[in-house]
Write a protein of this length. Structure first.
Length: 255
């Protein structure tokens, strides 16, 4: 068994989700992904906050941990998903549908084995106001990935034109020994939280700020799957990885 759905353990391919569920037709859903249990407390805190924001009652922390322990085998991703189901009336304005919980695992895989390339996507800005709460509203990120061409992936901007994030990852830059990461309307990234803590231990200044330019000395992306992944270039800006590799090595040693 590699999943737990609404109170029952089952193979993931036996989970059945209605196409009428609001989680599907309205994206009324939230989720979280962690690698093993190394940062479980941080992930649960974020998942709990996101569930409350979207109007769900999350499972108790100890109950969720017991479910995960039953499912996990080795180095794995753990997915937590809650969404609003189909209301009895079928009305798109009836919020009395059930809340569904799905927990599942799958083997860990990294993003890349070498520094990646990225394109800045400027055509459609990230929707403002709720992006710090994890969600499935990825249309801007999906269109950015579709448009990245020969680049590995893409970054989007906020409505104000600030550098924002990419499909499933946050981003950090380095200049004059200081790490910068976007501040407004970005996911409350657990990976970036951990990086900020590591930077403090290594006496590397870390700043959350709004900025539009990309002419830094270094760049790396941050995610559950990739951890710290160096960026070779963004558009035509080429980066080195001196401080990036110090941070990457410290992060990798946590696992």
């Amino acid at each position: 068994m590699n999943s737990y759905f609404d109170g029952q353990y089952m193979p993931l391919d036996q989970v059945r989700i209605s196409p009428l569920d609001f989680g599907f037709i309205h994206s009324h859903a939230t989720y979280d992904v962690m690698r093993g249990l190394t940062h479980f407390d941080k992930h649960y805190k974020r998942f709990e906050a996101n569930c409350k924001y979207y109007g769900f009652i999350p499972p108790a922390k100890d109950d969720l941990l017991k479910i995960i322990v039953e499912l996990i085998q080795g180095d794995m991703f753990i997915w937590l998903v809650m969404w609003k189901g189909t209301p009895p009336s079928g009305s798109p304005r009836d919020m009395n549908g059930p809340d569904h919980l799905l927990v599942y695992t799958k083997p860990y895989y990294p993003i890349a084995s070498k520094p990646i390339s990225m394109k800045m996507y400027n055509d459609l800005p990230r929707s403002p106001g709720y992006q710090n709460h994890k969600n499935f509203s990825w249309i801007e990120l999906t269109k950015a990935q579709q448009a990245c061409g020969d680049y590995d992936t893409a970054l989007v901007r906020s409505v104000e034109g600030y550098v924002n994030e990419g499909p499933g990852f946050g981003v950090c830059f380095v200049k004059n020994g200081i790490v910068y990461t976007p501040k407004t309307d970005v996911l409350n990234s657990v990976t970036i939280q951990v990086i900020e803590e590591l930077c403090a231990k290594m006496y590397i200044p870390f700043i959350r700020a709004d900025f539009t330019k990309i002419d830094f000395e270094e760049c790396f992306i941050c995610s559950t799957s990739g951890g710290v992944t160096p960026v070779a270039k963004l558009n035509d800006v080429v980066y080195n990885h001196t401080i990036t590799m110090r941070i990457k090595n410290a992060y990798d040693n946590l696992y």
